[in-house]
Design a protein around this ligand. Structure first.
Ligand code: UT7
Length: 325
């Protein structure tokens, strides 16, 4: 049976030049490189300088992905940006990217699912492609999480960083079996009752300010491993495959301990989980495509590999996606 698959035809990423080390943060709040590295795996993160916006990062990752895909802007039907840190409350980062790459047709919009945003965005892109409403989609995860930090709160400000990553997805005919290249399925979940575990204490219709990120880290941690492992198993099962068939797991980068615990729960060697946490910190919706780019560049992820993407974040939201690269 012939089916429509969303195939990745290009990927790109961009990190701001400014690197903020743990030692630098330890000069302003009561923390240490030792605490941050041992509890999270993070050593440094990239931070957008004043005036450098989410759209700037998104644009550069998009240009890199389009160069990799060797496509012209006229070929794009849709831009989706997963972000929780837009330049302005509206319009979207996606329409700003659309204008700056010179795209004058099609549609562009943002998706907001915090750290799960890239998985949610991939689900939307895949469904647009499968419904034949778009054949070529630019999907970007871009964040300036540094703008949401309370830089006096050591329990959160050490965790996050800025960056962007992008994929170009294109409709292609598949056989409908596991030998196809492209997205096999996406699994999305949320539980709005868990709002208080991870949220921003501001917004246009409450305080009228941007607000700061607040998190009950220990509580989020407890949900993370269980929810992520369950969504990975659901995604793999849905395609009639097993965990051992997956070549690479590309997780949201929140905490090395979450990655390791998830690998243990799934009985997968930790080396099969791509980790960029040491150098990037938690870049929210950008972390999965940034990690993908690192593993593609260093030759770990190769064409034809079975790749599992997963994330969990504020909402709570979580999900997974399985694709053949
Ligand atoms: O991306 C969205 C999803 N987010 C996540 O998945 C994050 C999940 N949570 C986590 O990654 C971890 O819970 C954290 C890294 C946030 C915290 O690690 P933890 O091992 O759960 O530490 P904790 O919150 O239990 O804090 C332990 C101690 C506390 O001191 P007391 O009460 O034991 O005296 C904290 O005050 O560590 C203290 N602490 C710090 N000490 C030095 C908290 N933050 C810091 C810090 N430096 N930056």
């Amino acid at each position: 049976m012939t089916v429509i698959r969303s195939q990745v035809i290009g990927c790109g990423a961009y990190l701001p030049e400014r690197i903020l080390t743990n030692a630098e943060i330890a000069k302003t709040v009561d923390t240490s490189d030792e605490w941050i590295a041992s509890r999270t795996g993070i050593r440094r993160r990239h931070i957008a300088v004043p005036g450098e916006t989410t759209t700037d990062l998104a644009l550069k990752s998009a240009q890199n992905a389009m160069t990799d895909a060797q496509i012209a802007v006229e070929e794009l039907d849709l831009i989706i940006v997963a972000t929780t840190t837009p330049d302005e409350t509206f319009p979207s980062v996606a329409t700003a990217v659309q204008s700056r790459i010179g795209m004058t047709r099609g549609a562009a919009f943002d998706v907001q699912a915090v750290c799960s945003g890239f998985i949610y965005g991939l689900a939307v892109a895949d469904n647009f492609i499968k419904a034949q409403q778009a054949s070529t989609v630019l999907l970007i995860g871009a964040e300036t999480m540094s703008r949401l930090m309370d830089w006096t709160d050591r329990t959160t400000c050490v965790l996050f960083g800025d960056g962007a990553g992008a994929l170009v997805l294109r409709a292609a005919a598949g056989r409908g079996d596991a030998s196809d290249r492209g997205v096999f399925n996406t699994k999305l979940y949320s539980d709005g009752r868990l709002h208080d575990l991870l949220y921003v204490d501001g917004g246009p219709s409450t305080t009228g300010t941007t607000g700061h990120l607040r998190m009950l880290g220990k509580e989020v941690f407890k949900h993370a491993v269980i929810n992520i492992a369950d969504s990975i198993e659901a995604s793999v099962r849905d395609s009639g495959l097993s965990i051992s068939d997956v070549d690479w797991f590309v997780p949201h980068q929140a905490n090395q301990r979450i990655l390791d615990a998830t690998a243990r729960r799934l009985k997968v060697p930790a080396e099969r989980f791509i980790s960029t946490i040491e150098d990037h910190g938690n870049t929210s919706a950008a972390s999965v495509p940034l990690a993908l780019q690192v593993a593609v560049d260093d030759g770990r992820i190769e064409r034809g590999d079975l790749v599992l993407l997963e994330a969990m974040g504020g909402g709570l939201t979580w999900g997974a996606a399985l694709l053949r690269w």
